[in-house]
Design a protein around this ligand. Structure first.
Ligand code: NAD
Length: 285
């Protein structure tokens, strides 16, 4: 790429406080929502009219600033400290959701971590922690959500579904990733957790889907975009030749959470600028 290529890309921002509040009155819980993709999803859901629970682990100030931004649009927002891999903390977070916001309609399993190492150097602790957060977390949170959706049933004034679950997976649910075996294995596992759960709860009108981001400008992968050299090395992997912005995942999440996508069930929506299109074949192979 020419050295004048901008590190930041002019991506149109979603309008703040849109008039069309397609999630009006619904309650959404977003895990890992104090930063990055989770933050953008929480704000986008709030701007679309949902009242939002901002789960966080550390940085209460950042979680509170997400809540403030949502409140400015007229939606309610509360913060909830919980480690998604700890059953007692997860249970308490869902209890807080019901006691403070009265119901739950949307769960976004976003919290995730990377603990990278060459395969032979991955410690059992690194393996286990990634599985705990990226796979056991969505399992525990989805179980709590499904129990609540079962109890609530459908309220047609809010949505034609009894509940919606969105997992934030990764292009690495299908693209193997050397040096990140624990992460890729956790996202591959999340894909079949999502699909199997989607199959099981479909008759109860609970919708389950995933969003698989490609390279998005967030703290988790800052090493891949924060210097000119790293950014230029990333671009050959992306047919659109730009990194994605967290707001682009937020917009996809609003659509997947809304009745606009009611017949979309058990799929992974790739939001990746074409990263899964085998970019090595761009020039004909
Ligand atoms: P991030 O580091 O900003 O966000 C991860 C969030 O999860 C943080 O707020 C962190 O505090 C929280 N978290 C970590 N462990 C937790 C735990 N045990 N309990 C509760 N919260 C916890 O990075 P991000 O890029 O916004 O990542 C969000 C999700 O998107 C992750 O699941 C990640 O795997 C996925 N993803 C990101 C990219 C990307 O390019 N940024 C690409 C594909 C997938």
């Amino acid at each position: 790429m020419p050295s004048s290529t901008p590190l930041s890309w002019p991506t149109p921002e979603a309008p703040s406080c849109p008039i069309l509040k397609i999630l009006q009155g619904q309650v959404a819980l977003v895990t890992g929502a104090s930063s990055g993709i989770g933050r953008s999803i929480a704000i986008a859901l709030g701007h679309a009219g949902a009242n939002v629970v901002i789960n966080y682990l550390g940085h209460p100030d950042k979680a509170e600033s997400v809540a403030e931004e949502i409140r400015r649009c007229g939606s309610k927002a509360i913060t909830a400290l919980a480690d998604v891999s700890k059953p007692d903390q997860v249970e308490a977070m869902f209890q807080k959701t019901i006691s403070e916001l009265g119901r739950l309609d949307i769960l976004v399993n976003n919290a995730g971590i990377q603990l990278d190492a060459a395969f032979e150097d991955i410690t059992l602790d690194q393996w286990q922690r990634v599985m705990d957060v990226n796979l056991t977390g969505p399992f525990l949170c989805s179980q709590e959500a499904v129990r609540i959706f079962n109890k609530q049933g459908i309220d047609p004034t809010l949505s034609c579904a009894a509940g919606k679950i969105i997992c934030i997976s990764s292009v690495h649910e299908v693209i193997p990733w050397a040096g990140h075996v624990n992460y890729a294995a956790s996202k591959g596992g999340l894909m079949l957790l999502m699909k199997s759960l989607a199959q099981e709860v479909a008759p109860r009108r609970i919708r389950v889907n995933s969003i698989a981001p490609g390279a998005i400008r967030t703290p988790i992968n800052s090493a891949a975009w924060s210097t000119r050299e790293a950014y230029d090395a990333l671009l050959p992997l992306i047919p659109q030749k730009r990194i994605g912005e967290p707001e682009e995942i937020g917009r996809a999440a609003v659509w997947l959470a809304s009745d606009q996508s009611d017949y979309v069930h058990g799929i992974t929506l790739f939001v990746d600028g074409g990263m899964t299109l085998y970019p090595g074949f761009e020039t004909g192979g």
